[in-house]
Each structure stands twice: as structure tokens, then as C-alpha cells.
Design a protein around this ligand. Structure first.
Ligand code: SF4
Length: 433
């Protein structure tokens, strides 16, 4: 029996994969530890979305490999997107003992049992791998993330994911429903359905709206969320299903990326800015309280000042509750990295700064519009700033802080919003008799 420590980088998909890996490893009599000092094996679950993500984890690996001096039997492994992208070449790094790609996690127990023999790498792509019948060990105590599909077929020109996570494949609906109800029975009341592009879920005759309907009929849970949605696959049927399903929360993360049609075309996003705008109108018509959040890239190759201003104007018109804004960073292996008209770093940074300043004003306005409203809050913990306060999330995914103690953690309470700063609402309970 070996003790395994898993360190996770990157997106929610990777967090869910680390929980799946914990399940796979624990099923074979090895033990997951959260104490790196007692580990026999350290696994880094890595991200490749930007060069910085890879450099950071390679730095960590170099640091932790010094432990081998005092613990010669200690082994270090790399899994996740960087393992998939760099494969066997990672074994040139003497600190690394094994490399396992995103479709090969079932091989981990065998690798761990035979680590003393020689270095291992398994990064074969398997576009049908969905880890059927294998279930995660959840680290989070309150929110459960349930992977519904793996891979992505969209090939946005700036994105490495389709090259590291392979083609789209959906898990069988009965397995997903079983995993959600099990999680609900174990006390997880807030469920997030995960995929690179959940809107294109397809299993037999079931598409994503059908899956949402099925999940909505599970009694053991209270809230359903999903991430990530792609605008080209957001159908009227899905919007109707969201509006008519009481457990589906009034929040959607819908990556716009740019507000200029020419830039969207060169990003290979598959929709126009006007189409995106109309989607936000439809969502708000059906769910007036819905929060819409997004991702925006500033300084995509070839982006002119006017094209940038088109993005700026759409952000002013749509007024997202918040937006993750990024400066474009070329990713080796993606089409856009080879586009000739790369924008100088200082212009990318300057445009990013303008988006950040704009969005900060809009977010504050959107949060202040919540003052006076009564919201249902799922209490997640003691507030970071005060022992006498607790913090939790509203259905529209806003962090809310109010007076309370740890006995409230895991419960749903009604809170009247009395104040708002950038990303936090403040309030007082209204449901105390
Ligand atoms: S939809 Fe586009 S950005 Fe998202 S994972 Fe797929 S290729 Fe990447």
C-alpha cells in the first residue's frame, strides 16, 4: 500500500479528474494523503492552457524532487494536459518517474505497483475513454462537480484543449444520474455538470436539455449548474429547459471571447457578435434574474483598434455580471500562434487594462442592483474576514457574506442584501423566526 499525494493545476475539469484519479487509486488499496511529507508518490495534475501554467508546475516539480535526497524511494508523476502535450519528452527531466495522459488514468494503479522497475509513460489518445463505472472521491465537502463529457471538437484557433483532451465523447446518462443522486445522498446539494462544451452533450437520443430535465427530477439535490457553454450550441430548447427547471440556477458562463465578427471568424468561434448578443437577450427575457458571465481575449492576432472597440461596445451593451479578461498569449501547437499579425505585448496589456476598468464599473453596478433583494444563500463556510460572519453563494453565483456561525454551513438560508462591493454582496438573514 502506497500513500499518494495529488497536486492539481488548471480548470475545474482537472479538479474533477484528480477526484476521479483518487477514486481509481483508492479502489486498488493505495491511499490518498493530503500530507505531501508522508507521500510515497507525488502526482502533479497539470494544465497547458498557457506556457506560464507549464513553467509553474515544472518549477514545483524541481522543488519537490529535492525530497528524493532524504527519501530515495519517492516517485514523482505527471498527468493532465501537459503530460498529454509533452508526453515522453518529460522523462528527460530526471525528477519525473512517470507520465500519464488524460485517457490513460486507469493504468495508474499498475504503474504505481511497478514504479521501481523503470520509468513509465502512457499518453496514447483514446477518444472513447469515459472512465465508465469509475467514480471520484470528492475533496470539496459541499459542491460536487460531475463530468458529463470529455474532449472538444471546436478547435478554436487559440486553444490547446482539443489537442490535449481529444475528441468529444459523452458519458452514459444513467451513469451521470446515478453519480448525481449518490452525491446528493452524501450531502452535496449544489451540483455542477462539467465539460469543455456541455451544450453539445449527446448520448443515444439524449441531448443536454434532456439531461438537465432528468437531473432536475433528482430529489436529493437542490441546485444544478453547468460549465462551460459554447454560444454556437446554446439552443432555444436549452434556454426553455433552464427556465422551467426549478433546480437549474439562474447563472450561465457563456464565453464571448470577442465582440468583432472578423476576430470571431479568425478565432474559429462559429457565431457572430450579434448572435451572441441575441442569446443574452433571450436568456434575460426567459430568466430576468439570470447572471451572465463570460471570457474575453484582448489583443488577438490582427485585432485592430476598431475591432477591439467592437468588443468594448458589446461589453457596455450586454453588461456581464463579471468577465474573465485575458490578454492573448500564443500557445505553441495552436493555429493562432502561427498567425503573422501578432499584436505587440504592450498593446495587448493596454487593451486588457481598458477591459478590466470597464468591467469593474459594470460589475459594481450589477452587484449594487442586488441591494434590497432577498436571496437564497447556500452557506459554504466562515467568512475569510470575520469569525462572526459566514459566506455562501446565491443561485446567481454571487458570493454573499452575512452574520452567522459554523452551524449554518451546508444549509440554505434567506438573506436580504444590504450592501455590495466589487465581487461580494453583504446582507442579513430574513428567515430567523
Ligand atoms: S470550445 Fe474552444 S476554447 Fe473551449 S475548450 Fe474547446 S477549443 Fe478550447
Amino acid at each position: 500500500m502506497k500513500k499518494i499525494f495529488i497536486e492539481t493545476y488548471g480548470c475545474q475539469m482537472n479538479v474533477a479528474d484528480s477526484e476521479l484519479v483518487a477514486g481509481i487509486i483508492t479502489d486498488t488499496n493505495h491511499q490518498i494523503t493530503d500530507d505531501i511529507n508522508s507521500a510515497d508518490v507525488i502526482i502533479f495534475n497539470t494544465c497547458s492552457v498557457r506556457q506560464h501554467a507549464e513553467d509553474r508546475v515544472l518549477g514545483r516539480i524541481a522543488n519537490e524532487s529535492s525530497r528524493k535526497k532524504n527519501k530515495p524511494g519517492l516517485k514523482i508523476g505527471v498527468i493532465g494536459c501537459m503530460a498529454q502535450r509533452l508526453g515522453e519528452t518529460l522523462l528527460n527531466n530526471k525528477a519525473i518517474d512517470f507520465v500519464v495522459g488524460v485517457d490513460q488514468y486507469s493504468t495508474l494503479p499498475d504503474i504505481i505497483d511497478n514504479l521501481d522497475e523503470h520509468d513509465h509513460y502512457f499518453t496514447e489518445v483514446n477518444n472513447s475513454e469515459i472512465y465508465e463505472g469509475l467514480y471520484p472521491i470528492r475533496q470539496n465537502q459541499l459542491n460536487a462537480f460531475v463530468t458529463i463529457m470529455r474532449g472538444c471538437n471546436n478547435f478554436c484557433s487559440y486553444c490547446i484543449v482539443p489537442y490535449t483532451r481529444g475528441r468529444e465523447r459523452s458519458r452514459p446518462l444513467p451513469e451521470i444520474i446515478r453519480e448525481i443522486s449518490d452525491a446528493g445522498n452524501k450531502g452535496f446539494k449544489d451540483i455542477t455538470l462539467l465539460g469543455q462544451n456541455v451544450n453539445s452533450y449527446k448520448w443515444q437520443d439524449y441531448s443536454f436539455p434532456e439531461l438537465l430535465k432528468e437531473a432536475n427530477s433528482i430529489d436529493s439535490i437542490r441546485r444544478i449548474r453547468f460549465v462551460t457553454s459554447h454560444p454556437k450550441d446554446l439552443s432555444d430548447k436549452l434556454i426553455d429547459t433552464m427556465a422551467s427547471s426549478d433546480k437549474v440556477c439562474e447563472h450561465i458562463h457563456l464565453a464571448m471571447q470577442s465582440g468583432d465578427d472578423d476576430v470571431l471568424k479568425r478565432m474559429n468561434r462559429g457565431y457572430s457578435a450579434e448572435h451572441y448578443y441575441n442569446l443574452t437577450e433571450k436568456l434575460r427575457a426567459e430568466m430576468p434574474e439570470i447572471a451572465i458571465t463570460t471570457d474575453i481575449i484582448a489583443g488577438f492576432p490582427g485585432e485592430t483598434e476598431n475591432q477591439f472597440l467592437n468588443t468594448y461596445r458589446y461589453m457596455e451593451m450586454i453588461e456581464f455580471d463579471y468577465a474573465f479578461t485575458f490578454k492573448y498569449s500564443p500557445r505553441t501547437g495552436t493555429k493562432a500562434a502561427d498567425f503573422i499579425n501578432q499584436i505587440p505585448e504592450e498593446i495587448r496589456l493596454e487593451r486588457l487594462q481598458r477591459l478590466i476598468e470597464l468591467q469593474e464599473k459594470i460589475t459594481l453596478k450589477k452587484y449594487q442592483e442586488q441591494i434590497g433583494k432577498i436571496k437564497e444563500i447556500y452557506v459554504e463556510g466562515i467568512s475569510k474576514k470575520s469569525e462572526d460572519e459566514v459566506s455562501g453563494k446565491s443561485r446567481d453565483f454571487k458570493i454573499t457574506v452575512f452574520p452567522g456561525d459554523k452551524t449554518l454551513i451546508g444549509s440554505f438560508v434567506k438573506v436580504k442584501i444590504t450592501d455590495a462591493t466589487g465581487w461580494t454582496l453583504r446582507g442579513e438573514r430574513t428567515d430567523i423566526a
